[in-house]
Design a protein around this ligand. Structure first.
Ligand code: PLP
Length: 368
């Protein structure tokens, strides 16, 4: 292949810089997957499946027959809860890509984005070809400086951030952001990927109580719902705009009903089983307490727990991780800036105290 030499050199460069990535399989004691409520192995009575036809493919884009009655039913349920129109997308990645890239049709618009926002948000922004500004992570003063400057220059301001950040597990300062919204009048888009299903009286996300003031919300089914897929919640007008412009939505075979069915069933199950969330939050408290006793400082109150590796040699850390009895991930550049490499630990409802003890023992082996 003509590209062979180039590819070999490229991959060798990644290896040399400890940035080479591989697919990994989940092993028995995993702290890397995002199935926070431990639902991925939940058994669903087989007879439910026989009620549906075409369960394994929708065979078409949603605009050409791919939006089934089941999808409509789940959308309507989400609409009822959020008091916003709901549109199901294939994944959280394609939802963010679709929404943000559609902004290219709006003249005189500028995007403001948190520096640590997810790759799907940045990729959508790049496709929108709109000017964009990054505000320092969770820094409302910096956001306000930018808003002040840009309000005079642009007709439309679009601010996007995450509720729980995917790499650090910290939470956006929503009250301050909403105060700025009152003052500068922008469109606010929040990605609740890591909070949907876990937080809120109705399990709608950590900003459930502010949902009326948020214009666009992304949720995903691939994390707490133990399934696959996503949805965007927004006004009827905005959703119609997406149906007409969002290329990742229009030009792709839509998510199979099997994933929507499992998402819907698991969401109903979460809503009627408060003990799931309770157990998860007990695990978070136990992890934080045990971590403190081991001499580390816990940095997050959510299921996502970062532990910075500081000056430690990346290669050495990677080699040690491979030898460990638990699976954790080392997040490296370009996902996070160089020098900010951190272990990312994903806590689940179905971890036992013993699992967490083993994790902490391994963290001591790794970092002390
Ligand atoms: C904040 C955020 N948004 C969107 C996504 C993408 O969601 P999905 O995995 O459903 O494509 C992720 C996934 O990691 C994420 O962390």
């Amino acid at each position: 292949m003509e590209l062979d030499n180039f590819l070999e050199k490229f991959l060798n460069e990644l290896r040399k810089n400890n940035l080479f990535r591989e697919n990994i399989k989940e092993n028995t004691l995993s702290f890397i997957i995002n199935d926070y409520l431990g639902l991925r192995n939940r058994k669903v009575p087989f007879k439910i499946f026989s009620k549906f036809k075409k369960l394994f493919t929708s065979s078409a884009s949603p605009l050409l027959g791919g939006y089934s009655n089941l999808k409509e039913a789940f959308s309507n349920y989400l609409k009822f809860l959020y008091k916003k129109e709901a549109l199901i997308f294939n994944t959280g990645y394609s939802a963010n890509l679709g929404v943000l890239s559609s902004l290219k049709h709006i003249d005189n618009l500028v995007i403001l984005v948190d520096k640590l926002a997810h790759a799907s948000i940045y990729d959508g922004i790049l496709l929108s070809k709109k000017p964009f500004y990054r505000f320092f992570h969770n820094d409302v003063n910096h956001l306000e400086d930018l808003l002040k400057k840009l309000r005079k220059k642009y007709k439309y301001l679009y601010v996007i951030t995450e509720s729980i950040f995917s790499m650090d597990g910290d939470v956006a300062p929503i009250k301050d952001i909403l105060e700025l919204k009152e003052k500068y009048n922008f469109t606010l888009h929040i990605d609740e990927a890591h909070a949907f299903g876990i937080y809120g009286k109705n399990s709608l996300g950590i900003f459930e109580n502010y949902k009326e003031k948020i214009d666009v919300i992304t949720i995903t089914f691939g994390k707490a719902l133990g399934s696959f897929g996503s949805a965007v919640l927004a006004s009827e007008r905005f959703i119609n705009f997406l149906i007409n412009t969002s290329r990742s939505y229009i030009y792709s075979t839509h998510i199979p009903d099997i994933n929507v069915l499992i998402s819907y069933l698991n969401f109903l199950y979460i809503r009627k089983t408060p003990s799931l969330k309770k157990r998860l939050f007990e695990n978070i408290i136990y992890f934080r307490d045990t971590l403190k006793k081991a001499g580390f400082i816990p940095l997050s109150n959510t299921p996502i727990q970062p532990i910075f590796i500081g000056e430690k040699d990346i290669k050495e850390v990677l080699e040690k991780i491979k030898k460990m009895k638990v699976q954790i991930s080392l997040i490296r550049s370009p996902t996070v800036p160089k020098g900010k490499e951190r272990l990312r630990i994903s806590l689940r409802r179905d971890h036992t105290k013993k699992d967490i003890d083993i994790l902490i023992e391994n963290l001591i082996f790794l970092l002390k």
